[in-house]
Every structure is written in C-alpha cells, then in structure tokens.
Design a protein around this ligand. Structure first.
Ligand SMILES: Cc1cc2nc3c(=O)[nH]c(=O)nc-3n(C[C@H](O)[C@H](O)[C@H](O)COP(=O)(O)OP(=O)(O)OC[C@H]3O[C@@H](n4cnc5c(N)ncnc54)[C@H](O)[C@@H]3O)c2cc1C
Length: 469
C-alpha cells in the first residue's frame, strides 16, 4: 500500500530535539508530520540521563548503608535493585511517550525515514510505504552507542548503554571501555552497587577533563573506587565465560564488558548523500550552528545527530532553533549558550565555558581554590575538592572553569551563568557569599585571579564604592 502526504514541516525523530522543534512548529500553527522508527520515549529517559542518574543514586544509597551500618544490614539483592531502577526509569519513559503522542496529535508516522531528495522522505513499515513531501524538514534522529568491529569476537559478553539497563542479572565484575562522562558515571554507579569495575581508556584523561591538575585529582579520587587503566590501548579476547582485558603488563578476566566508546550520529541511515545533501568529511550535512539550517536547503538539524554538542540541554536548544527557523521566511541566527558539562560522579566533575586546552595559556590567569582551605568541603570530608577558574589576563573577564567538588552541578551552573553574562573576577566578587558554603571556593579562586591582575582595584575584595563607575 502507498500513501502520499504533502505537509509544511516534517520532523524526523521524536526525541528531545524533535519534540522541542515540534513545539515551535505547533506554536506557528503549521501543518506537520513527525516520523519516528521507535521505540518512543527519548534517549534521555530510556537509556541516557535518567537511568544513569538513577543508577548513581542507587549506588550512593547502598554505599552509605554499607559504610554507616554498625552491623551488616540485609541489602536488597543487586538484581532486584536493577529491576527497581528499570521500573523507575519506565515512569520517565512512559511520561515522555504520553507527551510525544499528545504533542504529535495523530500526525506521528512510525517507521525509519530515508530521503529521496532533501524534501521527500520515504517511510516503509509493515508493507505500507508513505511518501512525505514537505516544504521544510527537520532532522533530529539522534545517535547510537558506538560498538566498533574489534569488539565482535567478544560481542556475546559486551553490552552498550542501550542494553545495560535491560540486564536481568548484573555481573560480578565488569570492564568499561571508554572513560568519558558516561563510562565514568556507569563505572562508579556499578562499583558502588558492589560490582568489581575495571575501566580503561586510551586517553590519560577521565570524564573528558581538559585541565591536567583537576584530572590528576579526579584519577586519585576515583581510582580508589574502580581500577583505572589509562593512556594505553587495551586488548580484548574471549575467556571462559567472560572477557580477558590486557593492557601493558596488566590483565584481568571480567564477566561482562560495557562499551562506552562514544556515540555515532544516526544520519547514516537516511540516504543523505544519494539524496543530494552537502556533507562534510564525517558525513554530517554542512549546517550553520546559529540557525541550524543545512547549507542551501530548506532543511534543519538538531540534537545528537549533529555530532557536536551531544547533551540534553543542547538538543532542546537546537530543536527550538530548528523548529522556529523552519517556520520563518528568513532564518534567525541565535546566540549559543556557553559550554557546560557535568559528570555526576560524586564528587561531581564539571567544566563551564572554555576548557584550559582551548585557551591561550599566555593570555589567561588561573584562579585556584582547594577544598582543604574551604570549611564546608572539610566538614563534608571532601578536602580533595579542587576548582580552577580561567580569566583574561588583562581585565579578569571570566572565560572558563573546571573542577571537582561535591554537588558541583550547582557551582557549574553558577560559573556558566557568570561566564555567559561576561562577569569579571572583580564584578563577581561583589556578590554575596554565605559561610560556610562550597561557593566560598569560587570566592577564593576569584580572589586568586584578582591578586594576579596587572591593574588591581583600589578597594578591598568584593567592595565597590557607591556612585563609582
Ligand atoms: C548513558 C547516557 C547518559 C547521558 N547522560 C546525560 C546527562 O546527564 N546530561 C545530558 O545533558 N545528556 C546526557 N546524555 C545525552 C542525552 O541523552 C542526549 O544528548 C539527548 O538525549 C539527545 O536527544 P536527541 O533528541 O538528539 O536524540 P534521541 O532522544 O535519541 O531522539 C532521536 C529519535 O530519532 C529516532 N530515529 C532514529 N533514526 C531514525 C530514522 N531513520 N527514522 C525515524 N526516526 C529515527 C529514534 O527512534 C529517536 O526517537 C546521556 C546519554 C547517555 C547515552
């Protein structure tokens, strides 16, 4: 059976980016169709942000009980904990599915989309072929975990983040390949739940940390909870009921492997090249990050499929830009937010604004604050907390920050907002800092910057005279 649909806007992908795009299209009262191959429920809710944070939370509770109980308590069986996590996760997914169905208003087409040309999309599902001719198209079809071919010999004992939350039985030991934010979060969650974890990465940095001192501190801290094999390749081979990991002179057999080796955009399934899209060397359509428009076409990109800022808040912002611009005669170029990244590693690792590696070391000042000098961090037994703030060496304008501290999700936001607002070390110091709080680490790092400025204010730290401009 064949069906042909003519519409104003077609959105491919009902994930976070697609749903934000849809909101803008509906606000403009345009005709639309939304196409998704399923399952619905968004990566964030089903296999991403939410279940990973639930796992970390479960791990933290178990760790607390284990360390504080005078006598061993009967803890729930680990597989039971994982099943509970799945149930909690399903509440997020179910809500996302309901939101999608309500928002799509019977205009949801189920099936995998392929382009015939940039505004003609073919969807085949259950012997029904639908051809959609759209005036504008939004591509928001997300990404999938990378499971490279060299893992094929051990695939039977390998899971991706799409699969790990579905396990009915957790292993006694697990190897984690790839220690970016996702690999570190999953490794720490599982280790705190009682699984033996060995994490390996070719890079010497964990959680994508771009500041060598913070990285060193984080390795010292988290190396106590999971074995970390860094800076060398790790070979994998089949062992009896598991996988043998080998790196340098180390080797260990684990029951299961988690491939946390990054994510691939799903664009390769869309037949883009043959349909006439201008592609870069990575196979991504050439697009403007301020309008999200693909060069020369009435097509917009949003979310993980762009392969650039693969985070939920960026997917929603890009979806809004793409949706808004798809219903304009002339696309509007929008400002993008400063980068913000958080690993919920407890203590959390974060970066806000530019990373140290991106900045010219001759033109910046780094302000340092250590948990050992912060009352709150010491009360919380988190004296190894560390914060770096990078500022322009001439005028103290804040450019970036990175750190490791308890609940640093909050410090990360505070600093990202200050950087985006164009605050300087002097202006931010004029804000109130309560005592004893972790924010006093920000105060200390800012004071450290001001001490290094070539032109220091005449006033005491944090003060500005009335009527002074
Ligand atoms: C384990 C993990 C933890 C994470 N933690 C965080 C976190 O703490 N904070 C954070 O900000 N981000 C986190 N992320 C990243 C975040 O989840 C993603 O950036 C975000 O969900 C991407 O949304 P999206 O709309 O681009 O993609 P998706 O939500 O994946 O939506 C894409 C949709 O497109 C559909 N689709 C795919 N191909 C086709 C096709 N050919 N035709 C039709 N439909 C198709 C899919 O079915 C899907 O519904 C995490 C990710 C993972 C994996």
């Amino acid at each position: 059976m064949h069906k042909t649909i003519h519409t104003e806007v077609a959105i491919i992908g009902a994930g976070t980016a697609g749903l934000y795009a849809l909101r803008e299209v509906r606000r403009a009262n345009k005709q639309f169709v939304m196409i998704d191959k399923g399952p619905l429920g968004t990566t964030c809710a089903r296999v991403g942000c939410m279940p990973s944070k639930l796992a970390l939370h479960a791990g933290a509770i178990r760790q607390q009980i284990n360390t504080q109980a005078a006598t061993p308590l009967a803890l729930p069986n680990l597989n039971q904990t994982w099943a509970t996590l799945r149930e909690q996760r399903d509440t997020f997914t179910d809500r996302a599915i309901k939101t999608t169905q309500a928002a799509a208003q019977n205009q949801l087409i189920t099936g995998a989309a392929r382009f015939l040309d940039p505004v003609t999309i073919k969807i085949t599902q259950d012997n029904i072929t639908t051809l959609v001719h759209a005036e504008k198209v939004i591509i928001a079809n997300g990404s999938r975990p990378a499971v490279p071919g060299w893992l094929e010999p051990v695939r039977e004992y390998t899971v991706s983040t799409d699969e790990i939350f579905e396990l009915k039985e957790l292993p006694s030991s697990i190897g984690i390949l790839g220690l970016g934010a996702i690999g570190m979060e999953m490794g720490l969650a599982l280790s705190r739940l009682g699984v033996r974890v060995v994490g390996a990465d070719l890079s010497s940095a964990i959680a994508g940390i771009g500041d060598p001192l913070i990285n060193q501190q984080a390795i010292q801290r988290f190396g106590k909870e999971m074995e970390l094999w860094l800076g060398q390749p790790t070979a994998v081979s089949l062992a009896e009921k598991g996988v043998l990991l080998q790196s340098g002179n180390r080797q260990i057999k684990v029951d299961l492997l988690l491939a946390a080796l990054g994510r691939r955009p799903n664009l390769d399934a869309l037949n883009l090249q043959e349909a006439g899209f201008p592609l870069n060397e990575k196979g991504i359509p050439v697009f403007n990050p301020h309008t999200m428009q693909v060069e020369g076409l009435p097509v917009f990109l949003a979310g993980d499929c762009t392969s650039s800022k693969t985070l939920m808040h960026e997917a929603s912002a890009e979806g809004s830009i793409a949706g808004f611009n798809a219903v304009q005669n002339h696309p509007v170029a929008f400002k993008r937010m400063v980068p913000l990244g958080i690993a919920f590693s407890d203590p959390d690792i974060f970066s806000a604004g530019a990373s140290k590696a991106e900045l010219d070391k001759h033109n910046i000042i780094t302000g340092l604050a250590e948990g050992g000098s912060n009352g709150r961090a010491r009360i919380l037994s988190e004296a190894d907390s560390l914060l770096h703030i990078y500022a322009d060496a001439e005028n103290g304008t804040l450019l970036g920050a990175a750190g490791m501290a308890p609940h640093a999700e909050h410090l990360a936001h505070l600093l990202a907002w200050a950087i985006q607002r164009g605050e300087t070390a002097v202006s931010l110091l004029q804000m109130p800092f309560y005592h004893p709080v972790l924010e006093e680490m920000v105060q200390s790092a800012l004071q450290d910057i001001v001490r290094q400025l070539p032109h220091k204010p005449a006033w005491p730290f944090g003060l500005a005279p009335v009527n002074h401009h």
